[in-house]
Design a protein around this ligand. Structure first.
Ligand SMILES: *[C@@H]1O[C@H](CO)[C@@H](O)[C@H](O)[C@H]1NC(C)=O
Ligand SMILES: *[C@@H]1O[C@H](CO)[C@@H](O)[C@H](O)[C@H]1NC(C)=O
Ligand SMILES: *[C@@H]1O[C@H](CO)[C@@H](O)[C@H](O)[C@H]1NC(C)=O
Ligand SMILES: *[C@@H]1O[C@H](CO)[C@@H](O)[C@H](O)[C@H]1NC(C)=O
Ligand SMILES: *[C@@H]1O[C@H](CO)[C@@H](O)[C@H](O)[C@H]1NC(C)=O
Ligand SMILES: [Ca+2]
Ligand SMILES: [Ca+2]
Length: 253
């Protein structure tokens, strides 16, 4: 803009110098011309200014729009992130509730954790047979049902089983291989501090390897005696047929 003023000064002085000869008459013409030039310049300047203003305004609007758009997309992303976090929280709560329901189910009946006809207790499933078989048949039958003859490893397990039966049942314990050396069906030797052999006041305790009716002795263990009490162990003839108890891991444990 300074440049325009300088130019106008130059134009004015140039016009003045060309009219040196007739000064009086020329002064009037000069004033008239000068006035006209100023007018033209002012109009040009105004137009320029308007264009500049327009450009500035356009730029300002454009920038404002860009910024708004940017802000909006950022807030959208934040919104989305918040959505996912909320969804995650909801899923977390649902997961907790499901676990609690499962635990209640487990504590109350446990049947959902074991196959049909199997009973849940202490994270294990038990099958109480209704048919009678000899010991080896019972052992094999439990395997075909996806388990094994029961292995008793605690007083709680012993008490649970004893509470469930009213007649003698085979368990997964025998001394077939070496007389007096009792082993479970998983080949673990009997733990002397977790055994529940029947004791009698007259001192005739089990296992007694009784040979009167079967000279081969008694090498298979059962829960309960055929003549009475069902809460303790007895050794009996392996060829005898009895009910039996199978054991399997619970589905969730
Ligand atoms: C959330 O994100 C998805 C994809 O990531 C997109 O399609 C959707 O437009 C976004 N929603 C919002 C409100 O920004
Ligand atoms: C089910 O109950 C047994 C004890 O009765 C426990 O050991 C086991 O962890 C429970 N299972 C679940 C899924 O809570
Ligand atoms: C026998 O059982 C007791 C009591 O449960 C236990 O402390 C001990 O470790 C067991 N011994 C063996 C050899 O498993
Ligand atoms: C049990 O009986 C068998 C067969 O009579 C015999 O060989 C074995 O020695 C007996 N075991 C004990 C501990 O008496
Ligand atoms: C059990 O019975 C089956 C079939 O009758 C027989 O093959 C097996 O030898 C018997 N086992 C015992 C220990 O008596
Ligand atoms: Ca024996
Ligand atoms: Ca016996």
């Amino acid at each position: 803009m300074d440049l325009v003023y300088v130019n106008s000064d130059f134009v004015c002085s140039a016009t003045a110098s060309s009219d040196k000869s007739s000064h009086d008459k020329g002064q009037k013409t000069f004033n008239k011309d000068h006035h006209r030039w100023t007018k033209v310049l002012l109009i040009a300047l105004t137009v320029c200014l308007l264009f500049a203003l327009g450009a500035v305004c356009t730029l300002a609007v454009f920038m404002a729009r860009t910024e708004t758009h940017f802000n909006v997309s950022v807030s959208d992303q934040e919104h989305n992130a918040t959505d996912y976090k909320e969804q995650l929280d909801v899923l977390h709560i649902q997961h907790q509730e499901m676990l609690q329901k499962l635990n209640r189910l487990n504590e109350s009946s446990g049947c959902a954790l074991c196959a049909v006809h199997w009973t849940h207790s202490g994270g294990k499933c038990y099958y109480f047979s209704t048919v009678k078989m000899n010991w080896t048949q019972s052992r094999d039958h439990c395997v075909t049902k996806g388990g094994h003859l029961v292995i008793i490893t605690s007083k709680a397990e012993q008490d649970f089983l004893a509470s469930k039966i009213s007649v003698t049942h085979w368990i997964g314990l025998n001394d077939m291989h070496t007389e007096g050396r009792w082993v479970w069906v998983d080949n673990q030797p009997l733990n002397k501090s977790v055994e529940f052999w029947m004791k009698r006041v007259n001192g005739n305790n089990e296992p007694d390897n009784w040979t009167k009716n079967h000279p081969g002795g008694e090498d298979c263990a059962c829960l309960g005696h055929s003549l009475g009490a069902t809460e303790f162990w007895n050794d009996d003839l392996c060829t005898a047929t009895k009910r039996f108890v199978c054991e399997a891991a619970a589905a969730i444990n």
